[in-house]
Every structure is written in structure tokens, then in C-alpha cells.
Design a binder for this molecule. Structure first.
Ligand SMILES: [Zn+2]
Length: 290
């Protein structure tokens, strides 16, 4: 029996399923994977753009970076992999959650059931008040541009269209030449008028306890029969701990990624299947067991 047939037999019988999703799934929608930590943005690196310190030092710069990423994500469309997971999330005979590291909102836009979607790195389309005493959070804000001053991203739209079609991560679009912005040019809390921040988890920040609790609740409610690791190596915390937990509980593991260990591809790892290539192409085929 082929790995695909074995996987589909498992999927048919599985009652409780987890999908663990990383940047590789959205690469087929044209979004960069931000591999590595340096040199991806002209003149900037992660430390300048995606840390609490960066935001404290220059919120205008950080907001322009996130406005640019929102714009890119909104121009992208969910792909057939997103839709396949969204469809699985609506099957009533199975308990299914998706844990995604992506902040691009594409699973939501594909119609993934909201209660089963855990965005562990937050969302580009969430805004949070930075006041210590105010807890205001705005979700599903798809306004583009967010404010009238957050519309100029310092790059040529035509160039972006070309580079976004390459999926190998080499010609990723570059973020460059932001303008100097004041706090008054940036999104403000409608409740207390304090500066808002992007609702994403930055380097050096902890994952949201509420999100992790939601996932733990599912994992502790009973054994998971199958975990699908999609567009990610699944080797980084907490993703790796979820895979280990499912494996220890006797569940099966299916990996959909461009890069998979040869041991798995040969079928030498017990209860583990590997589907190498574009996850957006594999998923609709693999999840179609009707
Ligand atoms: Zn506020």
C-alpha cells in the first residue's frame, strides 16, 4: 500500500485530528517565508522590525513594515491547501483543530471554522492597545491602508507583483525606504486613544497563554489519532512538543513539506508518512477521502 493510501485509511478512521501549519503553506499564495533572520529586508533585519524594543524606539518604522505585510497578505489569495483544511474543519463527525504559525489570515479567509483555529503567532489583522490598563483588542481589521499615512511602503508595486510569483525564497520582495512617521500618524485605540500595536508575537515575546491553553484543552481531552505537519519542519517549540505528544499517545504523523527527512520518505519511521512538495497541491488530494 502506498503512503498516500495508508494516510487516507488513517484519516478516514481518525476521530481527533490536529494540523500544524507553517509558512510553507502560504508560500504557494505568494507570501514570503521569511527564512533566515537577516538580509531579507533592504537595510533592515528582524531586530529592527519585529521586537518590542524596535516598536518602542520607532513605532512608525515597525507599523510601516506591518502595513506592508498586511497589504501583501490582502493581495494574496487562500490556496487549495487552505481551502482543504477549512473544509476538514467543518466536518461534524471529526474533532479537528489547526495550530498555525502564520499571521497572514489566509485560513480565516478560506473559511476555516473559527473555534478550531489557533494562531499561535497572532494575526496581522489584529490590533492591540499598548496601554497597560486598557485591554482593547480589535480583530479582523482588514482596512488597507490602516491610516492615511500608512499607505506608502517605499517600493514599486509592479516589482512586487513579479517577485511574489517566485516561491523559492530567493527573490522575496524587499521592504525599503520608509518615511518618518509620528505617533499621531499611527493607529490609535478607539477606547483610550493610546497607540495600538500589531497583534502578532514578536521575537523575545511569549506566546499567548490563552491560545496555548485552548490547544492544551484539546490535546488533554483525549488521544489525537493523527497530526499533520504542513509547510513547516515542526522542529521548533512548541510545534515539536505537539508532534511528540501525539506520537507518544500512539497517534500517526503526516508531513507535507518541500523538505522531508529521507528516513520518513522511505517509510522507515513508524506511523509516519511524508508527502514531499507543495503542500497546497498535496492537501486537496490527500484530504479527499469521500
Ligand atoms: Zn486602549
Amino acid at each position: 500500500m502506498s503512503q498516500l493510501q495508508e494516510f487516507q485509511d488513517c484519516l478516514r478512521n481518525a476521530k481527533r485530528i490536529v494540523a500544524l501549519v507553517g509558512a510553507g503553506l502560504s508560500a504557494s499564495s505568494g507570501l514570503p517565508t521569511f527564512r533566515g533572520s537577516q538580509g531579507l529586508w533592504k537595510n533592515f533585519n528582524m531586530i529592527d522590525l519585529a521586537t518590542p524594543d524596535a516598536f518602542y524606539i520607532d513605532p512608525g518604522l515597525v507599523w510601516q513594515f506591518y502595513a506592508w505585510r498586511r497589504h501583501q497578505a490582502l493581495k494574496a489569495q487562500p490556496n487549495s491547501g487552505h481551502y482543504a483544511l477549512a473544509q476538514l474543519s467543518k466536518q461534524t463527525e471529526k474533532e479537528f483543530i489547526t495550530i498555525t504559525q502564520n499571521v497572514d489570515g489566509l485560513l480565516t479567509r478560506a473559511g476555516h471554522r473559527k473555534s478550531g483555529l489557533h494562531e499561535i503567532h497572532g494575526s496581522l489583522f489584529e490590533l492591540r492597545c499598548t496601554s497597560f490598563t486598557c485591554t482593547y483588542i480589535e480583530r479582523n481589521n482588514y482596512k488597507d491602508p490602516l491610516t492615511k499615512n500608512l499607505s506608502d511602503f517605499g517600493f514599486d508595486e509592479d516589482d512586487l507583483d513579479t517577485t511574489m510569483e517566485t516561491l523559492d525564497g530567493v527573490d522575496e520582495p524587499t521592504f525599503a525606504a520608509p518615511q518618518a512617521l509620528l505617533v499621531d500618524d499611527l493607529p490609535k485605540c478607539p477606547v483610550c486613544n493610546t497607540l495600538m500595536r500589531p497583534g502578532v508575537v514578536w521575537f523575545g515575546e511569549s506566546l499567548s497563554l490563552r491560545t496555548l491553553d485552548g490547544i492544551d484543552g484539546f490535546l488533554q481531552a483525549g488521544p489525537v489519532d493523527l497530526i499533520m505537519v504542513i509547510g513547516t519542519s515542526g522542529t521548533v517549540y512548541p510545534a515539536n512538543s505537539y508532534v511528540d505528544l501525539v506520537r507518544r499517545g500512539g497517534g500517526a504523523v503526516a508531513v507535507f513539506n518541500t523538505d522531508i527527512e529521507s528516513e520518513i520518505l522511505r517509510g522507515d519511521v513508524a506511523n509516519t508518512w511524508g508527502f514531499q512538495g507543495d503542500a497546497a497541491e498535496w492537501l486537496p488530494k490527500a484530504l479527499d477521502v469521500s
